[in-house]
Ligand binder design. Structure first.
Ligand code: DCB
Length: 340
């Protein structure tokens, strides 16, 4: 009898520990559930955290494409599967440039690429960020009507897919472009269009000065649920000042996502800054921030993950078809982060 009572007490203690002691429950959670859409479903924002359908904190980690008009051929189903299996990514960002011969000058072809990649990412049970990649067009209002049309069509197509996350303006930039006067009013027009079709979708909104002014967004937040404000950094250029902006935004209750970052300076080229990148990664881990690395491409530049010598068709040469055999220094560094 005594033994049974002691046994029951020990059993209860173990259950209480599992439920209350977070690390244990997190370890169990990771064993029981996968890190993909099937087990995490519609993500939502709670305070400054991203949560999954079981109301647990959830972190998105992955890579971004380069401009689809230039480097989309290597984004095949097999390579996405490889990224999922050998890199542990759970999100892929589809960077659809608007200018520089992007969507605006070739709408049907570029849109079809977006859909093809998004469908593959969905088949692979990962999250897909569809990124309206403004850059040289500075102000998201430049192509606002095109944006409305695009997001209406795309959010209608993926209305019932928890996989799809919308990023409505990559990096607003230029001295005259402000959060209050340009980006927020733009977002207030685009968000209702997406939400009308897909009410539960997560939406990422860029901030001025290439996504460094998260403080301005935090001071004047959007009046919608499930919004993430984006901060972008390039390790060689941005450091403590930008981290202070993020800390400020978080302290004001604004949820932040690093929807793009690079190991190089802000040009995306040159050598990589591992020490400075490590400082950022410590900061992101400490604050449980989601991140997406720039870029899954074989462009000849420091921030690219793959060497330019990688090509898809290697049957004739007898060379490897696995991009993992062609990683740049940046690619190796980022792969290692994801494997940890
Ligand atoms: C961002 C953009 C991204 C850009 C990278 C690196 O721009 F979101 O599109 O990617 O950061 O600069 C680069 C590619 C190049 C390409 C170029 C133009 O890597 O191959 O030629 O886009 O399409 C930033 C980010 C930060 C800052 C400036 C830019 N900054 N910018 O802090 O000043 O001017 O592009």
């Amino acid at each position: 009898m005594k033994k049974i009572i002691v046994g029951i007490i020990i059993f209860i203690i173990i259950i209480v520990l599992i439920c209350e002691f977070t690390p244990v429950s997190e370890v169990l959670d990771n064993i029981i559930y996968n890190n993909y859409v099937s087990d995490n479903g519609w993500l939502y924002v709670d305070g400054t955290s991203i949560k999954n359908k079981r109301n647990k904190n959830f972190t998105l980690k992955g890579v971004s494409s380069h401009g689809l008009q230039w480097y989309s051929d290597i984004i095949t189903y097999d390579n996405l599967k490889n990224l999922k299996e050998s890199w542990n990514i759970n999100v892929f960002r589809i960077a659809m440039y608007t200018s520089e011969n992007g969507y605006i000058s070739n709408k049907e072809e570029i849109k079809n690429k977006v859909i093809e990649i998004a469908n593959n990412v969905i088949d692979l049970d990962m999250y897909a960020i569809i990124d309206w990649h403004i850059l040289r067009d500075n102000d998201p209002n430049t192509y606002k009507e095109d944006s409305k049309e695009f997001f209406n069509e795309i959010s209608n197509l993926y209305a019932d897919k928890p996989n799809v996350i919308y990023e409505i303006c990559n990096e607003p930039n230029g001295n005259s472009i402000s959060w209050d006067k340009h980006v927020k009013p733009y977002a207030e027009e685009i968000i209702p269009i997406i939400r009308q079709n897909s009410p539960k979708s997560l939406i990422i909104v860029g901030t001025p000065t290439w996504c460094q002014e998260v403080n301005a967004a935090a001071d004047n937040r959007l009046d919608f649920d499930n919004i993430l404000y984006s901060c972008h950094f390039y390790a060689g250029t941005h450091g403590e000042d930008l981290r202070k902006n993020v800390e400020y935004a978080l302290s004001k209750g604004a949820p932040i996502i690093i929807s793009e970052w690079g190991t190089t300076d802000m040009t995306g080229n040159g050598s990589i800054y591992t020490d400075k990148a490590n400082e950022w990664i410590d900061f992101l881990n400490k604050n449980n921030l989601s991140w997406i690395n720039w870029s899954f491409s074989n462009k000849s530049e420091g921030s690219a993950i793959i060497l330019p010598t990688y090509t898809l068709i290697n049957e004739e040469t007898g060379l490897s078809n696995d991009f993992n055999d062609y990683l740049t220094d940046s690619g190796k560094y980022v792969k290692n982060l994801l494997k940890k």
